[in-house]
Design a protein around this ligand. Structure first.
Ligand code: AHG
Length: 281
């Protein structure tokens, strides 16, 4: 695991450089979700694949930017799913973006997850690594320095509601509004990594990306986005559900499967469970 941790650090430093200097032109390729890939997405994906191919304990990788898994080392015990540059469309407006990694032992699947990590590229570069605990690191003078352990409070103050409101179910809108009526503040950048990072560091709140009429299975991908953050939130003392069920109890049929998802501290997730038990599918 130490090798993987340091390999992710190397990737993060290289990706930061790519973000800083790369022209943001569109490539002609589409990823498996049918989106035109940014040059930068592809570049970040290549950086990670190259670094991970040097780590003997990594058996297979899957990337949000690749249709299929890539076998690396037959004898390796770890399987890593990653989103090389989540929220990459925010780079050209200079908002924060991130990389997300889910680390599994013995095969891909929520039940096999043993660690998760994400990197936020903002005014500063920060890394959060969740294994037994959730630890925050800051890139300072070229090296990641340990800052502190992250723990969520029982109840937070921030509300980050994803998806197009027009396509929300009425009960979902009522639930989101109920938090605002209680004094919660809107914090939503459109980048999952900085939005969830903010809630974690500010002590708690709710990030939701529900099933919507245009996306009945949600938008965010299980392996590359939902499972890793579920692992981080649970280890930090919060919860992650799909409305009814714990996210880390969900299976997946395909590596690019998506799921509705709710991440938060205990208080907010209890409200989601209550509302979705009455209405949700
Ligand atoms: P992408 O993978 O296309 O960069 O999408 C980013 C994700 C995630 O980071 C964010 O939370 C979500 O899309 C935002 O989606 P909406 O704009 O639909 O709210």
């Amino acid at each position: 695991m130490d090798n993987i941790f340091s390999s992710i650090q190397t990737c993060a430093k290289r990706i930061k450089k790519a973000i800083d200097i790369k022209d943001i032109g569109y490539s002609n390729q589409e990823n498996s979700s049918g989106e035109t890939q940014l040059q930068l997405d592809i570049q970040c994906d290549m950086i990670i694949e190259k670094e991970f191919s040097k780590v003997a304990s990594i058996n297979t990788i899957s990337s949000e930017e690749k249709e299929h898994t890539v076998a690396l080392h037959e004898d390796g015990e770890y399987f890593i799913s990653y989103d090389p540059l989540d929220g990459s469309s925010l780079v050209d407006v200079n908002l924060s973006v991130g990389s997300i990694f889910g680390i599994y032992k013995g095969g891909f699947g929520s039940q096999n997850m043993v660690a998760a990590c994400y990197v936020v590229y903002g005014p500063r570069v920060e890394m959060v690594f969740a294994h037994n605990k959730v630890k925050l690191y800051l890139l300072q003078e070229g090296e990641f320095e340990y800052v502190k352990e992250i723990r969520l409070k029982e109840k937070g103050k921030l509300n980050a509601p994803g998806g197009t409101q027009q396509n929300w179910e009425p009960y979902h809108k009522e639930m989101v509004d109920s938090f605002f009526a209680e004094g919660y503040r809107l914090r939503y950048s459109g980048g999952m990594v900085p939005d969830l990072h903010q809630i974690l560091l500010k002590g708690g709140g709710l990030f939701s990306y529900p099933a919507t009429s245009d996306k009945p299975q949600g938008k965010l991908r299980k392996l590359f986005e939902v499972f890793p953050f579920a692992f981080v939130y649970e280890k930090a003392g919060g919860e992650a559900i799909d409305g009814k069920q714990r996210v880390l109890d969900l299976g997946h049929a395909h590596i690019h499967d998506t799921s509705p998802c709710f991440f938060g501290s205990k208080y907010e997730i209890a409200r989601v469970k209550e509302v979705y038990a009455q209405h949700g599918s």
